[in-house]
Design a protein around this ligand. Structure first.
Ligand code: 2RA
Length: 340
């Protein structure tokens, strides 16, 4: 009775997390196809008591499929996403390929579910494409949106501390390998990043644009405006890659149109979906990447008035979220659940 589901890019870090999340949330698929590149085709994957053979991704793979979760990179999404949509598939795409297309909803279910109210499986003959936002955008907006809804954010300044997982499983392996090499007094091997990663940090590895921002930073700027449906909100960001495995941390400064005091902000966040407030000044206990790793929620702390602003018009917060889970796989599966 549930949808015929396909997972595209199933052998990658996010693809594997799709399976964990589908199982954790008992997603009601009628049947499941696991698709990947020719290199991974033929691999056997045990899932929910059944053994699946990974199939090579081809256009024909989508025959009879109702919903496809994509996380195989932008080029695969650009090439195969529209082909799947033409076959009537509703595609939830984790790549950046279609996020800024006007006709493609960019959705965080707890933040802007109404962006996809017109897309449900029931009675649907045509396919559709829904874009999963970038992980650093999801994590930031899970925290900032409840406050924005209450006091209207007019400016947001974000500094991110992004985990290895955002650059894929190979980057996580590189971090581990380099850490061992450094501790063994060996020269660290740089394969994914051109500089040492262990015991270091560096400006995000995304290409730098002519305006001096890198693509990761401009995703935060543009995706926030689309998700909030607010082309005027001022956003700036600095994205840094840090030697942490799989959870991003973000320092967020918010300037509001209307006053918002820290206690009201704390109460709003405590009542917000998908968010946990960890804000214990007495014991200096605030969100950490390790504490949110493999968790569904985003953790928020360091909630305090921005003392450089007058009249409670500014607030500083610190946010952590699992990049592979809520930053990618969980958000996409929640979108798929909204189709049912
Ligand atoms: C990163 N946001 O962390 C990217 C992954 N999609 O590099």
């Amino acid at each position: 009775d549930g949808p015929a589901l396909a997972v595209v890019g199933v052998t990658g870090a996010v693809g594997q997390e799709f399976l964990r999340v589908l199982s954790d949330r008992d997603f009601p698929y009628r049947n499941l196809r696991l698709l990947a590149s020719r290199r991974s085709a033929g691999r056997r994957i045990e899932f929910e008591g059944r053994e699946y053979v990974v199939e090579e991704l081809r256009e024909e793979s989508f025959a009879g499929v109702d919903v496809a979760l994509f996380s195989a990179g932008g080029s695969v999404s650009r090439e195969m996403g529209p082909a799947a949509v033409e076959r009537g598939v509703v595609v939830v795409d984790n790549s950046s390929a279609f996020r800024m297309d006007p006709g493609v909803p960019l959705v965080i279910p707890e933040v802007n579910p109404d962006a996809m109210t017109h897309i449900r499986l029931a009675g649907r003959a045509k396919g559709a494409l829904i874009a999963n936002p970038n992980c650093s955008t999801i994590i930031c907006l899970m925290a900032a949106t409840p406050l924005h809804r209450h006091a209207k954010v007019v400016r947001m300044v974000v500094s991110t501390y992004q985990a290895a997982s955002g650059a894929g499983a190979a980057a996580m392996e590189e971090l581990e390998e380099q850490t061992r090499e450094v501790l063994d007094g060996k020269q660290p091997t740089c394969k994914i990043f051109k500089q040492q990663y262990a015991f270091n940090l560096f400006s995000h590895n995304a290409p730098v644009l002519s305006n001096g921002y890198n693509e990761e930073e401009m995703k935060l700027v543009k995706e926030t405006r689309k998700i909030w449906n607010d082309k005027d909100v001022k956003v700036t960001a600095t994205c840094i890659r840090v030697p942490v495995m799989r959870a991003h941390a973000e320092s967020v400064n918010l300037q509001f149109e209307k006053p918002l005091d820290e206690e009201t902000a704390r109460q709003i966040l405590k009542g917000a979906a998908g968010v946990v407030v960890i804000d214990d000044r007495a014991s200096n206990h605030f969100p950490t990447p390790l504490e949110v790793s493999n968790k569904d929620h985003v953790a928020i702390g360091r909630i305090r008035p921005d003392l450089s602003q007058e009249g409670n018009l500014g607030l500083d917060i610190f946010v952590c979220g699992d990049q592979i889970r809520k930053g990618a796989a969980l958000n996409a599966v929640q979108i798929a659940e909204m189709l049912l």
